[in-house]
Every structure is written in C-alpha cells, then in structure tokens.
Design a protein around this ligand. Structure first.
Ligand SMILES: Cc1cc2nc3c(=O)[nH]c(=O)nc-3n(C[C@H](O)[C@H](O)[C@H](O)COP(=O)(O)OP(=O)(O)OC[C@H]3O[C@@H](n4cnc5c(N)ncnc54)[C@H](O)[C@@H]3O)c2cc1C
Length: 159
C-alpha cells in the first residue's frame, strides 16, 4: 500500500548517463519529469572514466561544455604504449573531426553531477534519489507511472 502518491508527466527510471541526460532534455522541453535513482548518490561501482569526443560535443549542445571542463578532466590527445624498445603512439585523437580532438578522463559520477545539477535548475524537473522502482502503475493497457520504495516506504508517482 503506497504511503504517498505524486503526479508527474514522465518517469525516468535510473539515474545513469542515459537517464540523467534524457531527464534534462525532457525537462527543457517543458515535460514535467521525474528521474528516480535507487542509489543515494552517483558514487557507486566503477563505470569507467573516459568521456569521448562525441559526448563532449553532446555536452556542448546541452550548454554544459564549460561546466564539464571546469571539473576539470584530464585531457588525452594521444595513446602511447611503452615497450623495452621505446614508446610508440598508436592513437592520435587530434585527427578527429569536430571541435574536440581529445577524450576527457573523469569519474562517471562527476559527469553525472554536471548533468544532474543543470537538470535541477529546470522548474519542471525532479530527481529523487534512494528511490528503487518496484513496480509499474497501469491505466488500462498504458503504463501511467511507477511505484518505488524510499526509506522503507512505498510511494507512487505518475500521471
Ligand atoms: C567496468 C565498466 C567500465 C566502463 N567504462 C566506460 C568508459 O570509460 N567510458 C564510457 O563512455 N563508458 C564506459 N562504460 C559504459 C558505461 O558505464 C555505460 O554505457 C553507461 O553507464 C550506461 O548508462 P545507462 O544510463 O544506460 O545505464 P547505467 O549506467 O547502468 O544506469 C542505470 C541506473 O539505473 C539505476 N537503477 C537500476 N535499477 C533501478 C530501479 N529498480 N530503480 C531505480 N533505479 C534503478 C542504477 O542504479 C543506475 O544508476 C563502462 C562500463 C563498465 C561496466
């Protein structure tokens, strides 16, 4: 039995890269959006640390390039391998098309925090942490929301 029920326009389940970016785009499009993430923060299992040139371009398009650069990442332009016989370059990212001719090295949670911080500034956006989705709500054959557990309480959000 749900202890509280809130209204939203769109539920995004999971605050990984896909969920936080989708949440930002939907909120900026004026959709009342709720992103629900089961963990209490983004500091969890290792998920890699390379932010590729195409993602850097996406961040520019979202207007977040400067915030990301301010973390700051470690910029990598070339990959090298060291053998006894010497050091050899095998990847030259400066030849990539577009503005970003490098990759950025940052923990994934720093990337997620940049996007989530921007999302929180959107009036139609809500990020609920420590919220584990346990079920879907149905209205006939249409999914109309989710139920989730937060602090041991079952709650619902949807349309
Ligand atoms: C070891 C490793 C190294 C990697 N290195 C890189 C790298 O260097 N560069 C790179 O670009 N990519 C890397 N990746 C890939 C990258 O991590 C994934 O592509 C990316 O995380 C996928 O994003 P996502 O949002 O689709 O899913 P996820 O990141 O898996 O996010 C899903 C989210 O949903 C939440 N969730 C799950 N179930 C529920 C529920 N019931 N209720 C609420 N929330 C829920 C999870 O807690 C999670 O936060 C790596 C992956 C791994 C495993």
């Amino acid at each position: 039995m749900a202890t509280s029920a809130t209204k939203t326009g769109c539920c995004v389940v999971g605050g990984g890269p896909a969920g936080v970016v989708l949440g930002l785009i939907l909120a900026r499009a004026g959709v009342r959006t709720t992103v629900l993430e089961k963990h209490g923060d983004f500091l969890r299992d290792f998920r890699g640390d390379t932010v590729h040139a195409s993602t850097l371009t996406l961040l520019d398009e979202l207007g977040l390039g400067d915030q990301f650069a301010a973390i700051p990442p470690r910029w990598i332009e070339r990959a090298r391998v060291q053998y006894d016989s010497g050091t050899y370059s095998f990847g030259d990212l400066t030849r990539l098309p577009g503005r970003h001719k490098h990759i950025g090295l940052v923990p994934q949670w720093d990337f997620l925090n940049v996007v989530a911080d921007a999302s929180r500034r959107e009036p139609s956006y809500e990020l609920i942490m420590s919220a584990e989705i346990t079920d879907l709500l149905w209205n006939g054959q249409r999914v109309s929301g989710v139920s989730y557990v937060q602090d041991g309480q079952t709650q619902t959000t949807g349309s």
